[in-house]
Design a protein around this ligand. Structure first.
Ligand code: FAD
Length: 373
C-alpha cells in the first residue's frame, strides 16, 4: 500500500502550487526538500525586521490576470514598483533608459533631441555588428553603451564586450517618456510579510519534510507514492549520464548596517568595470523601510551581488540555454518523456529560466492536465 498519491520533490513555487492543487482535489501528497527551508529560491528570511531575499532580489510582476488572481489568494501584495538606479563612477542614472536618463547624460529636455543624439551616435557602426559592443552601439549609441552597458555586461559574462557575440543583445528598449517603471506589467509588487509566508500559506495543511534529499533516499521515497513530481535538476536525476548542464551563478555578500538608509533605493546597478559587484540590493526598500506594523526600521541590510563562474556542486541559478546545453537537455528530456511515473517541472526540471508568474502558470497548467485525466 502506498501512503501518498504524489511525492513532490522541491518546496519551491512549482512544487508548492502543484501540491496545493493536488490536495484541493483530494489527493494525498508529501512534499520534500533537501534544504532546511521551504520556498526554494524565493525564500525570504526576516532579519532585524527586514525580509531578506536570500537567493537574490525577487520582484513579482505579471500581465496574466489569472496568475494574479490565483497568487493573491495566498498573500496581499504591496505597491512596490521596480525603478533601479545605475551608478557609473558616482554619476547616477535612471533605468530603464528613458528621458530622465537622457536628460542626465546629455542635458536634453525633449524626446526629439534625445532621438537625434542617439541616431547620430548609432551611425558610428557601419554594416552588420560583429560583436556585442558594435551591436549595443548600433542600437543606442556610444555614450549609453560606455556608461551603462559595457562594464555591467563585462562583469556579468566575465569577458570583454568585443569578445561576446552580437546576438546576446537583440533589443535595448529606450523610452522617450519620463517613466522609471522597469517592468511593463499590469500587476506588480512584493508579498507583504515576505515570500516565505506566502509559500507557507500555499502549503497550509500539507505534509512537508525538509532536509530530505530525494536522490539520497530514492528507493525508499519512491515506495511511498504512486507518482513523483520532480523539480530538481534533470541531469542530476539521471546521474549526469549524458553530461552536466551548465548554469550561470551569482554570489551574495550580505551586510547589516547600523543606520536606517544606505542607498535610498532597493536596487542600484554598478555599471563601471572596476567595481567588482554588479549591483547592491537594499532589502528594506521592497517594503518601504517599514515593518508590518508600519514602523520605520532603524537598521538596514544590503547584499552585494557578484556574477560568478558556475561549477558543478554550486547553487544553479541561470540555465545557459546555448546550443550545446540545449541539445544535452533534449537527451535528458527524451528519457523524462518516457518516464511516465515522474512529472518534471520548475526551472531546474525543465532547464529553463522562468519568472515567478510563468512558474505559477506552469504548475497550475500541469496540475490541470494531470487531474483532467
Ligand atoms: C537571482 C535570481 C533572481 C530572480 N528574480 C526574479 C524576479 O525578480 N521576478 C521573478 O518573477 N522571478 C525571478 N526569478 C525567478 C524565480 O526565482 C523562479 O521563477 C522560481 O524561484 C522558480 O521556482 P521553482 O519551484 O521552479 O524552483 P526553485 O525555487 O529552485 O525550487 C526547487 C526546489 O527543489 C529543491 N530540490 C532540488 N533538488 C532536490 C532533491 N534532490 N531533493 C529534494 N529537494 C530538491 C531545491 O532545494 C529547491 O528548494 C529570479 C531567479 C534568480 C536566479
Amino acid at each position: 500500500m502506498k501512503k501518498y498519491d504524489y511525492l513532490i520533490v522541491g518546496a519551491g513555487l512549482f512544487g508548492a502550487i502543484f501540491a496545493r492543487e493536488a490536495t484541493n482535489r483530494g489527493k494525498k501528497v508529501l512534499v520534500i526538500d533537501k534544504r532546511s527551508t521551504i520556498a526554494g529560491n524565493v525564500y525570504t528570511e526576516k532579519i532585524e525586521g527586514i525580509n531578506v531575499h536570500k537567493y537574490g532580489a525577487h520582484i513579482f510582476h505579471t500581465n496574466n490576470k489569472k496568475v494574479w488572481n490565483y497568487i493573491t489568494q495566498f498573500a496581499e501584495f504591496n505597491r512596490f514598483t521596480n525603478s533601479p538606479v545605475a551608478n557609473y563612477k558616482g554619476e547616477l542614472y535612471s533605468l530603464p533608459f528613458n528621458m530622465y536618463t537622457f536628460n542626465k547624460m546629455w542635458g536634453v529636455v525633449s524626446p526629439d533631441e534625445a532621438i537625434a543624439l542617439i541616431e547620430k551616435q548609432r551611425k558610428e557602426i557601419k554594416g552588420e555588428p560583429q560583436n556585442l559592443e558594435e551591436q549595443a552601439i548600433s542600437l543606442v549609441g556610444r555614450d549609453i553603451y560606455e556608461k551603462l552597458i559595457k562594464g555591467y555586461t563585462e562583469k556579468q559574462w566575465g569577458r570583454d564586450c568585443k569578445e561576446l557575440p552580437a546576438f546576446i543583445i537583440k533589443r535595448l528598449p529606450v523610452r522617450m517618456t519620463f517613466d522609471n517603471n522597469y517592468f511593463n506589467a499590469l500587476y506588480q509588487g512584493i508579498p507583504i510579510g515576505g515570500y516565505t509566508k506566502m509559500v507557507e500559506r500555499i502549503l497550509d495543511g500539507i505534509e512537508v519534510r525538509l532536509e530530505t534529499n530525494y536522490l539520497d533516499n530514492k528507493e525508499e521515497l519512491c515506495g511511498l507514492a504512486h507518482k513523483i513530481v520532480y523539480t530538481g535538476p534533470i541531469d542530476e536525476y539521471y546521474d549526469f549520464k549524458f553530461g552536466v548542464l551548465e548554469y550561470r551563478s551569482v554570489s551574495f555578500e550580505n551586510e547589516l548596517i547600523d543606520k536606517p538608509n544606505y542607498q535610498g533605493n532597493a536596487a542600484v546597478n554598478y555599471t563601471d568595470r572596476e567595481t567588482p559587484w554588479t549591483r547592491i540590493i537594499e532589502h528594506k526598500w521592497f517594503e518601504f523601510g517599514k515593518d508590518e506594523e508600519g514602523n520605520d526600521l532603524p537598521k538596514t541590510i544590503i547584499s552585494r551581488e557578484y556574477s560568478t563562474e558556475w561549477k558543478p556542486g554550486d547553487e544553479p541559478y541561470y540555465p545557459v540555454n546555448d546550443e550545446k546545453n540545449n541539445s544535452l537537455y533534449a537527451k535528458y528530456k527524451e528519457l523524462a518523456d518516457a518516464d511516465k511515473n515522474v512529472i518534471f517541472g520548475g526551472r531546474l526540471g525543465v532547464y529553463k529560466y522562468y519568472d515567478m508568474d510563468q512558474i505559477i502558470a506552469a504548475a497550475f497548467d500541469e496540475a490541470e492536465k494531470e487531474f483532467a485525466l
